[in-house]
Ligand binder design. Structure first.
Ligand code: PLP
Length: 387
């Protein structure tokens, strides 16, 4: 079965007792047993739930994984993975990593005696020189947030294999519709399903997929022990979103390409960051490892912080909000919003300048979106005192 068909059918047979074509929401915490230990496959919903099973089976299929685990959130997934390590272990991470991931590495797991190095994983030599005897895992995000830097996942996977390191790839920005890290050699693929996979900004969730049975057992054991599981209704909403994932990703991408072109020639925009533009430094690598460029755009507005702030406050269709990947377009200011916890010098050094604005391009009509950005950019260049 092809991807679009699997998104709708895998794990989603009609329900046996009634023929319901949609997987029911099994809103139950426990399951009756016939005699002690003799049950129908489920004992308690922290351990397993049929609605969650359906989601895990479907998403694992889309990522080309033999095993899938759904979590309460992306951070629940990431934190649970980290519990497979112990004090003294070292992890190398992409430096431009999601803020919550940086926080849990640097503020929580460091306290338990682990250490972390943050390097530009698009530079394979920098990555190689960060490897230590106690290194256990490499954590990659590609494209990154918010600068959309691209890491060559195959190259990193080769390095990890030769050094005996695990490779985890956070695939949130691409979704399996555009990129499948396990096929590129990663040991684990990780998602915040809150974003493109759920796709409607109405549910928080996470996912881990792997083809390594031992890794699956270890993470599943810890998930059950720690308890970072999604409720049945959240699993159901996410599964509902997945059915249209391929359609939505195609629409996000074609709108983003259109807007990236429009913004590239706009006099009030200094720079457009979009992997689909041939000028993007990761463009060539992206073409070898993904079937598209996604729906996220960075733009540096002429006129610094004030101009960027005005653009963000002036759009009407692009809602000013954190998060991304939903059908509705969002705009945000990384330096003030999602990346405020990164110290200013570090932000500037990484390229998160005060005039950087991040767009999550939705699936609305592209001309409406273009007109919305145009009027906001016009307002951005007005003298602030005249407003
Ligand atoms: C949002 C996000 C996360 C965290 O996921 P939550 O569902 O918010 O816990 C992790 N990685 C990336 C790339 C994200 O965008």
């Amino acid at each position: 079965m092809k991807f679009e068909t699997r998104a709708i059918h895998v794990g989603q047979e009609p329900e046996r007792t009634t023929g319901a074509v949609v997987v029911p929401i099994y809103q139950t915490s426990t399951y009756a047993q016939r005699s002690p230990g003799d049950h129908l496959g489920h004992e308690y919903s922290r351990t397993s739930n049929p609605t969650r099973d359906a989601l895990q089976t479907c998403l694992a299929s889309l990522e080309g994984a033999n095993h899938g685990m759904a979590f309460s959130s992306g951070m629940g997934a990431i934190s649970t993975i980290l519990t497979i390590f112990k004090s003294g272990d070292h992890v190398i991470s992409t430096d431009d990593v999601y803020g919550g991931t940086f926080r849990v590495f640097d503020k929580i797991f460091k306290e338990f005696g682990m250490s972390f190095s943050f390097v530009d994983t698009s530079d394979i030599r920098a990555l190689e020189s960060a490897v230590r005897p106690e290194t256990r895992m490499v954590w990659v995000e590609s494209p990154t947030n918010p600068l959309l830097r691209i890491t060559d996942i195959r190259k990193v996977a080769d390095l990890c294999r030769s050094r005996g390191l695990l490779l985890a790839v956070d695939n949130t920005f691409m979704s399996p519709a555009l990129q499948r890290p396990l096929e590129l050699g990663a040991d684990m693929v990780v998602h915040s399903t809150t974003k493109y996979i759920g796709g409607h900004s109405d549910v928080v969730g996470g996912f881990v997929g792997t083809n390594n049975p031992d890794l699956h057992e270890r993470i599943k054991f810890r998930q059950n022990a720690v308890g970072a599981v999604p409720g049945p209704f959240d699993a159901w909403l996410t599964l509902r979103g997945i059915k249209t994932l391929p359609l939505r990703m195609a629409a996000h991408e074609s709108n983003a390409r259109h807007l990236a072109q429009f913004l590239s020639s706009h006099p009030f925009v200094q720079e457009v960051i979009y992997p689909g533009l041939p000028s993007h430094p990761g463009h060539a690598v992206q073409k070898t490892q993904a079937s598209g460029f996604g729906g996220m755009i960075g733009m540096r507005v002429r006129g610094g912080l004030e101009a960027a702030r005005r653009v963000c406050s002036s759009t009407k269709l692009f809602f000013l909000a954190e998060s991304l990947g939903g059908v509705e377009s969002l705009i945000e200011h990384p330096a003030i919003m999602t990346h405020a916890s990164v110290p200013k010098e570090q932000r500037e050094a990484r390229g998160i300048t005060d005039n950087l604005v991040r767009l999550s391009v939705g699936v609305e009509n592209r001309e409406d979106l273009q007109a919305d950005l145009e009027q906001a950019l016009q307002l951005s260049q007005r003298d602030g005192s005249s407003r």
